[in-house]
Ligand binder design. Structure first.
Ligand SMILES: N[C@@H](CCC[C@H](N)C(=O)O)C(=O)O
Length: 274
């Protein structure tokens, strides 16, 4: 089976082209592919499948994906399924464009959080319309260094955005955050962030299903939404360990802009029937 490797601000993915939905992708195979020592290595897998061949019902938030030709079947490094991936969908669009699988510089990608419109910009950046982030009240998580309070934000997937009055650089994000199952029935991605300068945020993240990563697009939108006074629009530069993205927030929702690159292609020699 062919694969490609790509990343957006060093949030990296194994890309599996499976246009006709022939692959039975099991969690164990995803975890083996994402293994950084025994596999290809990645924070997740992007299966590139025609929506018509997905083989799973698209209802609720996912229903708007039905009309999209291509669907991003996103899996976390531990094999779990996630609704959305903000960096992944930008890399996915870059992959479709570079392989000639879409015409033009705009593409609608189906996801479990619904259709996402992506634009490949002239300067090489990729911008995605992320919908309206929903602020869902307070929440908390227990990290190795202690309890951290924040705001629950829904960006098509669940987040806890914890604002600090100091740089997040020293926060220990190595362990799995402990969450209250009533606050987060689906688990959550946990971000720690601070205002580094006017209009600039600094963020780190521990992702549900993948652990600490060098960037998280939905997390970047979550902290931008949490940092913005209710009812106001804003533009935030968000610095993460893997680079920088920009978030534009207005009455229509959020747009996420940043780099996305395909860096390798090859043949999977591992047994994916595991
Ligand atoms: N890295 C992604 C988010 C991937 C999914 C997440 N781990 C989850 O389980 O919700 C991004 O760029 O948004």
């Amino acid at each position: 089976m062919r694969f490609a490797k790509g990343h957006g601000t060093e949030n990296d993915f194994v890309i599996l082209p499976d246009p006709d939905g022939a692959l039975d992708l099991r969690p164990t195979a995803v975890a083996a592919l994402c293994d950084r020592r025994a596999g290809i290595g990645g924070d997740g897998v992007l299966r590139v499948v025609r929506t018509a061949a997905l083989g799973e019902p698209l209802s609720g938030a996912a229903a708007s994906s039905t009309e999209c030709e291509w669907f991003m079947d996103y899996r976390n490094a531990d094999g779990s399924i996630a609704e959305m991936c903000g960096n992944g969908v930008r890399v996915f669009a870059r992959y479709l464009a570079e392989r000639g699988m879409v015409a033009g510089r705009e593409v609608s990608v189906g996801t479990r959080a619904g259709e996402r419109r992506v634009v490949l910009e002239d300067n090489g950046d990729v911008t995605v319309d992320m919908g309206r982030p929903e602020l869902r009240g307070e929440g908390s998580a227990v990290l190795p260094g202690g309890k951290m309070a924040g705001i629950r934000v829904w960006v098509g997937n669940p987040h806890l955005a914890c604002r600090l009055d100091h740089s997040p650089a020293a926060v220990d994000l190595s362990g799995q955050p402990e969450l209250d199952a009533e606050e987060f029935p689906e688990g959550a991605n946990v971000e720690v962030f601070s205002v580094a300068a006017p209009g600039t945020l600094e963020m780190r993240v521990n992702e549900r299903g993948s652990g600490e990563t060098r960037s998280c697009g939905t997390g970047i939108v979550a902290v931008a939404a949490a940092a913005t006074p209710p009812g106001e629009g804003a533009t935030w530069r968000v610095r993460v360990p893997g680079g920088e993205c920009v978030v534009y927030l207005d009455a229509d929702g959020a747009r996420l802009r940043g780099p996305a690159a395909i860096v390798a292609e090859g043949e999977v020699l591992m047994d994916l029937e595991v």
